[in-house]
Design a protein around this ligand. Sequence first.
Ligand SMILES: Cc1ncc(COP(=O)(O)O)c(C=O)c1O
Length: 384
Amino acid sequence: MLVYRKELNSIPDYVPGKSIDEIRLLHKTGVSYKIGPLRKRSLRKTGPLRKTKPLPIIKLASNENPFGASPMAATAYKKCVDKLHLYPRMSAPELVKRLALKWKVKEENLIIGNGSDEILDLAARAYLNKSDYAVGANSTFSLYRATAKIAGAKYKTSPLENFYYPLESLLGFKDAKIIFICNPNNPTGTYFSNRKILDFLKRVPKETLVVLDMAYREFTDEAEPPLHKWIKQFPNLLCTRTFSKLYGLAGLRVGYGIASEQIIKALKKIKPPFNSNYPAQMAAMAALDDVRFVEKSLKTNSDERKKLTQNLQSFGFEVLPSGANFVCVKIGKEAKEFVTWLESKGIIIRHLGSFDMPEWVRITIGTPKQNKDLLKTIKVYNFS
Ligand SMILES: Cc1ncc(COP(=O)(O)O)c(C=O)c1O
């Protein structure tokens, strides 16, 4: 029998937020409802002539942009249709150039990934030997553990400290090869200031790679850190960013890493040659220029996050302070049933059992209307 590597047995399956189609199927929710005039009175009961249209489902489970994709990105994407038969350029030079300008770094300090997921995976495979271990928080993005295990290494964790990423405890793992930091942390939304991260970086041994995952960084209230200075000062720092959240391009899969030339060189050695596709690269470039969309997304997120937090608190729930496009809410023992009940009403949020927080849920900040509908629905739930 063909046998795969035994380390793979210890990798838990990735648990994504549920999809709209999945919920329609599972709960038979919004499969169809009747619209349009009925032609004959007699047909009203069976309604064979009625048109059907799926009921809207509100998906607040995967931290996507509730406004959809950046319109400028969508236009740029559509323009690529006559290039689909061509391989993309291997290093996505145009996007790299644009990002180098944005971050004031050299093009050699950048690598484009098929989502930032891929950069995390490249880092683990480039740096972890079988005898090494990586570290991260107990309740955080699951891919850190998975990538370390896939690379054949071990993964050790520290529990969150008062729901914050456990920076201090992670420094205690003196010979960790990689420290994964999620700032803001998924799923808590808690984050550290630039000053605090800088102090942390100064204390990490030079032989340890710090992977600083900044997937939600734009949603914080703090200015961006000077990454060009950080990567010069810390040749062992790899920052990862994504177009999936703020720019609304999760389906296109574009993310990137910013680091010293030596790290980027190592990652490029194992990067699949054509990992990021041409339409995605063009859409990402356009998204960076879509100032109106970015401003609208950030302003709505910030206003709605505040409102949603206050409303949920007024219902008696504990809500963690969030610098992301989601909030983390303590529901209690019935959190899982609550999530299933909301799904049956056409609203998808995320139960945090797989994050080792079984009494908590994570709710993506939606549009003002979606958030209002969510609150209205929660109000009628019968908490025991
Ligand atoms: C903390 C964190 N990092 C990275 C990612 C991966 O993002 P992507 O691969 O879409 O860039 C996610 C996705 O949800 C995330 O929550």
